[in-house]
Design a protein around this ligand. Structure first.
Ligand code: ATP
Ligand code: MG
Length: 164
């Protein structure tokens, strides 16, 4: 039996913390789907298309990593994709409460699906997309914290702000 896992998130933008978790997942499972959430509530910095393009480019040489988008209830999407595993990353105790709640809710909604938590390498434990955007917008260096393509895209955004 081959195991298919789904790694859901906003990935706005993809960070080296995400990349680390995806690489671990790709070693652990036969295939991992990076599933980018279409979230109408948040105003994302990167459009859905941009986030998909970035993730596909970064993982183009990893044959068992797929990039997809989803909206609505995660467990329904996971079931539809024929997967049985949800991968989530844990950075610190601060992630735990929310992740614990979500995992138990998803377990209740669909007991056939398991949530698997993974820890990133130590040097990525403090990285979040939100912090990357904040630091970058204030002129800070994000080199080494995000894939080079993300750094490039961030710079392009800075030069051509939305609407331009
Ligand atoms: N540096 C990291 N190390 C390990 N897991 C991470 C890291 N960053 C995010 N994750 C995990 O990846 C999943 C998707 O997260 P998400 O897309 O919300 O990223 P985020 O960095 O938390 O973004 P935001 O700051 O917008 O909330 C979650 O399970 C989250 O805990
Ligand atoms: Mg988050």
């Amino acid at each position: 039996m081959s195991t298919l896992a789904v790694y859901p998130g906003s990935f706005d933008p993809l960070t080296n913390g995400h990349v680390d978790i995806i690489s671990r997942g790709a070693r652990l499972f036969d295939r991992i789907i990076v599933s980018i959430l279409v979230n109408a509530e948040k105003a994302p910095l990167f459009s859905m298309e941009e986030r998909v393009e970035i993730a596909r480019e970064v993982f183009k040489d990893q044959r068992n990593v797929e990039v997809d988008t989803f909206h609505g209830l995660l467990v329904d999407y996971v079931e539809r994709r024929g997967a049985h595993v949800i991968v989530r990353g844990l950075r610190a105790v601060s992630d735990f409460e929310f992740e614990f709640q979500m995992a138990l809710m998803n377990q209740r909604l669909n007991p056939r699906i398991e949530t698997v938590f993974m820890m990133p390498a130590e040097q990525y434990t403090y990285i979040s997309s939100r912090l990357i955007k904040e630091v970058f917008s204030l002129g800070g260096r994000v080199h080494g914290l995000v894939p080079e393509l993300v750094e490039l895209r961030l710079r392009e955004k800075q030069l051509a702000p939305r609407g331009a």
